[in-house]
Design a protein around this ligand. Structure first.
Ligand code: GLU
Length: 305
């Protein structure tokens, strides 16, 4: 009797929580993407219908549902991808991916709490449970899969080079002998460019924006990371910077999460697939990354494991 009563109370508590976590629409159709000057007619961001009654056999998701918020790790200095303006407002394609996935998991946009997590601390932050999901130009690879889980891929980028506009000498990764290249600790393009075959000197920092500043200050000759990220920096300073345009790696972006959470991996991949099918994905792309000059390409096939 006593047991049954407490079970009923628990059920009511769950229902109450579910009710507050569900219903309505999220999104911010009127917002201007970060890094743009605004003023011109820009494509509108989609709004995402928030799912109700979401049940996924995932301890991480259950904890987030109880807390009424989903904590998502992201970048804050990548215009058009993951950017935070001076008012603390986040924007970009990765931010939209996070919001569409969150909506399918039952969280409204204002129930998504973004936390800035840079490349070199992603695996430890996810493993410690300090974020529920991570959406930040995060390449899926086998090495990382030993520590974290991935849903996706939702986008395919490739490492490229950002140089000063007046630089005619750097035409691709094979022209880097003796040049100084800046990249980020814990990133795959840094690992690649350190290979002896390129003959480049490397500078390793924590944030891409710091590398871009060094390039503008003539302290380094190039910045390497994914083309999608570099195009955002070039679009912000088209008179000073350019992307070489010869991608030399494949960087499939995934949503990071706890290593063995297969149920959450599947739920996130389902969400990505659903929003690709209903057109939200393309709309979100056009209103974010598309504005940096990247032309739209069909997303890569999801790889479930
Ligand atoms: N996609 C690459 C990586 O995951 C580079 C971008 C980044 O550092 O986030 O390492």
């Amino acid at each position: 009797m006593k047991l049954r009563k407490s079970a009923a109370v628990a059920t009511l508590a769950v229902l109450a929580l579910t009710a507050t976590a569900c219903g309505g629409e999220s999104g911010n159709a009127g917002d201007k993407p970060a890094g743009t000057t605004g003023g011109k007619d820009q494509p509108k961001l989609p709004t995402y219908k928030v799912a109700t009654d979401v049940k996924v056999d995932s301890a991480t998701l259950e904890k987030a549902q109880k807390a009424g918020k989903l904590v998502v790790g992201a970048k804050n200095d990548q215009p058009y991808l993951g950017f935070e303006d001076t008012d603390g407002k986040r924007s970009g394609f990765d931010i939209e991916i996070a919001k569409m996935v969150a909506a399918d998991l039952g969280f409204k946009a204002d129930q998504v709490e973004f936390k800035t997590v840079d490349s070199n601390v992603r695996e430890t932050t996810i493993s410690k449970g300090e974020v529920d999901l991570y959406v930040g130009t995060y390449t899926i690879n086998d090495e990382r899969k030993k520590q974290v889980g991935f849903a996706g891929p939702y986008f395919l980028a490739g490492a490229d080079l950002l140089v000063r506009k007046d630089d005619k000498a750097i035409t691709g990764p094979d022209s880097l002998k003796g040049k100084t290249v800046c990249s980020i600790k814990g990133s795959t393009p840094l690992q690649e460019i350190k290979k002896p075959k390129y003959g480049a000197k490397t500078i390793e920092l924590s944030k891409y924006s710091e590398c871009v500043q060094q390039l503008l200050n003539n302290e380094v000759d190039a910045v390497t990371t994914d083309d999608a990220i570099l195009k955002g920096y070039a679009a912000q300073r088209p008179e000073k910077l350019q992307v070489v345009g010869k991608p030399f790696t494949k960087e499939p972006y995934g949503v990071g999460m706890g290593k063995d959470d297969k149920a959450l991996r599947d739920a996130v991949s389902d969400a990505i697939e659903a929003h690709q099918k209903n057109g939200d994905y393309k709309k979100a792309y056009d209103a974010t990354l598309g504005l940096s000059g990247s032309s739209y390409t069909e997303p890569p096939a999801l790889e479930r494991y």
